[in-house]
Design a protein around this ligand. Structure first.
Ligand SMILES: Cc1cc2nc3c(=O)[nH]c(=O)nc-3n(C[C@H](O)[C@H](O)[C@H](O)COP(=O)(O)OP(=O)(O)OC[C@H]3O[C@@H](n4cnc5c(N)ncnc54)[C@H](O)[C@@H]3O)c2cc1C
Length: 391
């Protein structure tokens, strides 16, 4: 049996950041993951999964000492964003220069984020890693909690944090239901190089089948997130490279010219949900374990990192005041804070998805008018850019 203050289950982007933030406050943390983190990969090529990080997420990584390692590996700033509708003339163009900022955020490969965080985890004496290991039993009582791993190790602590992704074992073991639905959309992701440079701009075209995004990477490459019907996704995955490149060009109105290089493709079914409870006896959920969102606004991991900041702030306060890290009042505050911040963003993204994936004439008019108006109204645009920066 091994005793800790806090047990974090899931050492992905959110879990590794959470463990680091808490260990830096002096808590003794156990960090569990079913897999060892990926720290090496071939020099050629990009990770098929990337995240558009807001300035707020970048600031957190800077505080944790991980941002520099990510920059040394590879990050791509995006300075502008262009969004337009396939069914009309509505178009909006955001520019970070309009609000006096050097960029709107960075596109970073998920494996680069994980590696940057784990370089710090490895240096942190207050984090004890357990991987590869899966939890098999969760026990919670008023005084503390225990987690049994599949190799028989028993971990005890005063708080368990579930950061083990959308299918969270922790959430299910605690019997916490979710509210949500399948989008009936699948995201096809890949990396391509169009003939023209992306101009450090994030591009998104809304098609009736779903949004298609070109996110800028280094050396003119773009990460593609093409949300579409499950049937079309299947076809896009199965077709040979040349044909896929032509279909992609057509869907993107060849905005950056012909597609010259296509990497491996993968598909992710898209789901929307929010947990019914962010906290329970001696337990908290953060990141995708608590909510998943449509990737159209690239907010998923940013919301998860906001959960991390909130929990770290409350636990930092508890540490200073020598309070119980799994106390009811603290967990109730976490619940209130995250629900009131996450709910509007989750619902707004769901509304956007409905508004744009629809060819009803009234909705088409509404979104085109909305895009055109937004583009003309400087203050509204600047507000959106500031919001995108995560301020
Ligand atoms: C196509 C697509 C594009 C996206 N683009 C963006 C974007 O641009 N910007 C953005 O912010 N977000 C984006 N997202 C969302 C983002 O990828 C997720 O929000 C993010 O990965 C969540 O991180 P996490 O650490 O909570 O969970 P995960 O990344 O899922 O990590 C969970 C960790 O828990 C471990 N684990 C799982 N089960 C167990 C278990 N039983 N026991 C022990 N360990 C376990 C896993 O091994 C993993 O390490 C996108 C998502 C998709 C599908």
């Amino acid at each position: 049996m091994k005793g800790f203050d806090i047990i974090v289950v899931g050492a992905g982007m959110v879990g590794a950041a959470q463990a680091l933030a808490l260990a830096r406050q002096g808590w003794r943390v156990a960090l569990v993951d079913a897999r060892a983190p990926q720290l090496e990969w071939p020099e050629e090529g990009y990770d098929i999964r990337v995240s558009a990080l807001t300035r707020a997420s970048q600031n957190l990584f800077e505080e944790l000492g991980a941002w520099q390692a990510m920059c040394a590996e590879r990050v791509s700033p995006y300075r502008e964003m262009v969004v337009w509708d396939a069914g009309g003339t509505g178009r909006v163009h955001f520019d970070s220069a309009d609000v006096g900022e050097p960029d709107m955020g960075h596109i970073v490969e998920n494996r680069v984020i994980v590696k940057g965080l784990h370089a710090q985890v490895a240096r942190q004496p207050d984090i004890t890693p357990f991987w590869p290991a899966r939890p098999v039993r969760l026990q919670r009582e008023d005084e503390g909690a225990a987690l049994t791993l599949d190799d028989g190790t028993e971990l005890t602590g005063r708080l368990i944090i579930g950061t083990d992704g959308g299918r969270s074992w922790v959430r299910q073991a605690a019997g916490i239901p979710v509210t949500g639905w399948d989008y009936d959309q699948t995201a096809v992701v890949t990396v391509v190089r169009p003939r023209e440079h992306h101009r450090e701009t994030a591009w998104q075209r809304f098609l009736p089948t779903g949004p298609l995004a070109f996110l800028p990477l280094t050396e003119g490459y773009c990460s593609i997130v093409w949300s579409t019907s499950p049937e079309q996704a299947e076809r896009l995955l199965a077709m040979e490279e040349e044909r896929f490149a032509r279909e992609l060009e057509a869907a993107f109105e060849a905005t950056l010219g012909p597609i010259e290089n296509v990497g491996p493709r993968a598909a992710f079914p898209l789901r929307f949900f929010e947990t019914r409870r962010y906290a329970d006896t001696r337990l908290a959920l953060a990141g995708d374990a608590a909510h998943t969102i449509h990737p159209l606004a690239g907010q998923g991991v940013n919301l998860g990192l906001a959960d991390v900041r909130s929990l770290a702030r409350l636990l930092g306060e508890a540490r200073r005041r020598r309070r119980d890290p799994g106390g009811e009042t603290l967990l109730r505050r976490y619940e209130r804070e995250r629900r009131s911040e996450n709910r509007p963003m989750l619902l707004a993204m769901d509304g956007f998805k409905e508004l744009f994936s629809n060819d009803q004439p009234l909705l088409a008019w509404l979104r085109n008018t909305g895009l055109t108006l937004t583009d003309r109204l400087g203050p509204v645009k600047n507000l959106i850019v500031r919001r995108a920066l995560g301020g």
